[in-house]
Design a protein around this ligand. Structure first.
Ligand code: ATP
Ligand code: MG
Length: 324
């Protein structure tokens, strides 16, 4: 396997905010890695540092063989970047913008026109190529950004929330394009808040909170590490004061991790480790029902499901938030 991007112990502080606190991970060719984390986790700071738009206080980022701080212009030839806010100049047409971008990455004049047409075609923008970008829909602008970032056939593609603001069809189109690029060998790092996107695309996901890396693994591994089942109990359709304390008492001898509050699922939920069984041999759902009866506690709903990437994210990031 070829390591395309390597991040070692990245630190970055802005005044009082520690935006990156010792982040390390690597991406191989043909791998998609998603960056997941709440607002302010440090995703964009990391992406800007990789893209040479910002510098680390300490640590090292290498793309291929180039350290981005020591050889920024060589590093820039290795990656394509589309930021969180589109940098498109709206007065230009799509075609003009692509030609301008081609000039920035120093492509041969003879190659430019053919390549621009090919990319506009691939990203379904050929019909709109000679219209001003200000007339494009949000999805078209995102596709143009992506087309421009691929102009120099980079081995690494870095995308900051590429699907934000896109409708479901456009997001699925984007995912298809990214999976195609992955199959062609491109390594992709993308920040997202969309768990479906992360489930569909990620070979591995990075979980970040308050500048810390709190997980880096395949989505299924992150789910397995959290537990085999999530069991949730509600005492009423709408939470009442004191319910969580009663439920904490009900769950007191159940092994596993208490999940952060998620009223959509249950008033109180725990992630249970694989293989653990209650003493009476029942399953945990049955055990909790019997225990509730013995305590004269009336259960409104009891649900069991497999952990999702969103559960792994919530558990990992809330742990960091509570600790710091
Ligand atoms: N230029 C800056 N000056 C001061 N503070 C900054 C700057 N850039 C980022 N920060 C701070 O660093 C922290 C990380 O910000 P960052 O933009 O990397 O988060 P993010 O994970 O991308 O969040 P979001 O999901 O909202 O895009 C935040 O607390 C932010 O306020
Ligand atoms: Mg951001």
């Amino acid at each position: 396997m070829t390591t395309v991007l390597n991040i070692e112990n990245a630190h970055k502080a802005y005044a009082e905010v520690l935006a990156l606190n010792g982040v390390s991970f690597a991406i191989e060719a043909s791998q998609i890695v998603t960056l997941l984390g709440p607002n302010g986790a440090g995703k964009s700071t990391l992406i800007r540092s990789i893209s040479t738009l910002d510098t680390l206080d300490s640590g090292a980022i290498t793309i291929g063989e180039f350290n981005v701080a020591e050889h920024p212009s060589k590093a820039r030839q290795q990656f394509g970047y589309a930021g969180q806010d589109s940098a498109l100049d709206k007065v230009l047409t799509g075609h003009e913008f692509m030609r301008f971008q081609a000039g920035l990455v120093h492509l041969n004049k003879e190659d430019i026109l053919g390549l621009v047409d090919e990319l506009l075609e691939r990203f379904k923008l050929a019909d709109a190529a000679h219209r001003a970008i200000e007339t494009y829909s949000g999805g078209m602008k995102r596709r143009l950004d992506l087309a421009a970032s691929l102009m120099h056939n980079p081995k690494l593609l870095i995308l900051d929330e590429p699907s934000s603001g896109l409708d479901y069809e456009s997001r699925r189109e984007l995912w298809k394009l990214l999976l195609e690029l992955k199959l062609e060998g491109t390594a992709i790092l993308l920040a997202t808040h969309d768990f479906e996107e992360a489930e569909v695309l990620s070979d591995k996901a990075v979980l970040m909170a308050k500048g810390n890396l709190c997980g880096f693994a395949a989505p299924q591994e992150l789910c397995n590490a959290l537990g085999e089942w999530i069991v949730g109990v509600s005492l009423s359709p709408h939470p009442h004061e004191g319910d969580r304390e009663k439920l904490a008492q009900l769950f007191s001898d159940v092994p596993g991790q208490v999940m952060p509050e998620n009223p959509q699922f249950a008033e109180y939920a725990m992630a249970l480790p694989a293989g653990a069984k209650p003493d009476n041999g029942a399953d945990w759902g049955e055990y909790l029902r019997q225990k509730a009866v013995s305590q004269s506690l009336k259960i409104h709903a009891l649900a069991m499901r497999r952990p999702t990437l969103a559960d792994a994210y919530l558990a990992a990031t809330s742990e960091v938030n509570n600790e710091l």
